[in-house]
Design a protein around this ligand. Structure first.
Ligand SMILES: [Zn+2]
Ligand SMILES: [Zn+2]
Length: 261
């Protein structure tokens, strides 16, 4: 590990000569280079999407050092049957108890989220599993949750309780999306920027350049590097796809920030 961190200081062009001259480095020099993980250490600047992330009055942000603090109520800007018996019932309740839908006993409540997200995300050497609870924030201030129900179970049963826009609340009233937030993809398009995960990398919809994103072309974290409308020079980004794991795969590509509520 020490040697790798020394190596990363040097450009690939000078790597061979450097290793050859490094005292006692024969063992490394005889190993093929593809056995040595060299991190690009590229960091990105997510400033271009901060205005989109905080377009609604229920979401705001400030920059603190190298972090973005995002504040949100977590109350969706769309209708939901989970508003019944709440202060928003008249305005936002809609009865969509379609066949197979199972209204859970929870109701949406105002939250007081503070997401602390890297302003300059970069790949993390150690990929951390996503946490239960908020692992990111959508552009309407609603958190993204991962692909698991409580106890690490599959979402199979929970999916029945997703409303017409694929969200539902926890017992503490935290409304959230585990899968595609269809209100947002209807509103902004299937290729749109939809939010950030806690590691600062952006989340995009299920389409790219006019075609559905093939999950096989995403890495194990459910993302890839490429140009997007917001980042013409390219950035690592996640895609939401129709099948599991939906938003994130085996963990955060970058180093995750934190969230409090
Ligand atoms: Zn859930
Ligand atoms: Zn992409």
């Amino acid at each position: 590990m020490k040697i790798i961190s020394v190596i990363k200081l040097f450009a690939m062009a000078t790597l061979t000569g450097y290793i050859a001259s490094l005292n006692g480095a024969e063992k490394i020099a005889t190993e093929p280079f593809n056995n040595v993980t060299i991190f690009a250490e590229t960091s990105y600047d997510i400033t271009p999407v901060l205005e989109k992330l905080t377009a609604l009055e229920t979401v705001s942000y400030k920059i603190v050092g190298d972090m973005v603090y995002v504040y949100a109520t977590g109350v969706p800007n769309h209708k939901s049957p989970y508003f019944i018996d709440t202060q928003w019932e008249k305005e936002k309740y809609v009865d969509n108890t379609s066949r197979g839908f199972h209204l859970n006993p929870n109701r949406i409540e105002t939250q007081d989220y503070e997401f602390r997200i890297p302003l300059h995300p970069k790949e993390s050497r150690v990929k951390r599993a996503t946490n239960m609870g908020p692992m990111g924030i959508a552009i309407n201030g609603v958190p993204f949750f991962n692909q698991y129900a409580a106890g690490g179970a599959a979402l199979t049963r929970e999916i029945r309780s997703f409303d017409q826009y694929n969200g539902h609340p926890t017992a503490r009233g935290n409304y959230h999306y585990h899968i595609e937030p269809t209100y947002l993809t209807d509103e902004y398009g299937s290729e749109a920027f939809l939010g950030l995960l806690l590691d600062g990398f952006p989340v995009y919809g299920p389409m790219e350049k006019g075609t559905a994103v093939d999950g096989d072309r995403l890495d194990e974290y459910h993302g890839h590097f490429g140009v997007t409308a917001d980042f013409p020079n390219g950035i690592y980004h996640y895609h939401i796809t129709p099948d599991a794991p939906y938003i994130n795969g085996d963990g955060f590509f970058g180093n995750p920030g934190t969230v409090s509520n």
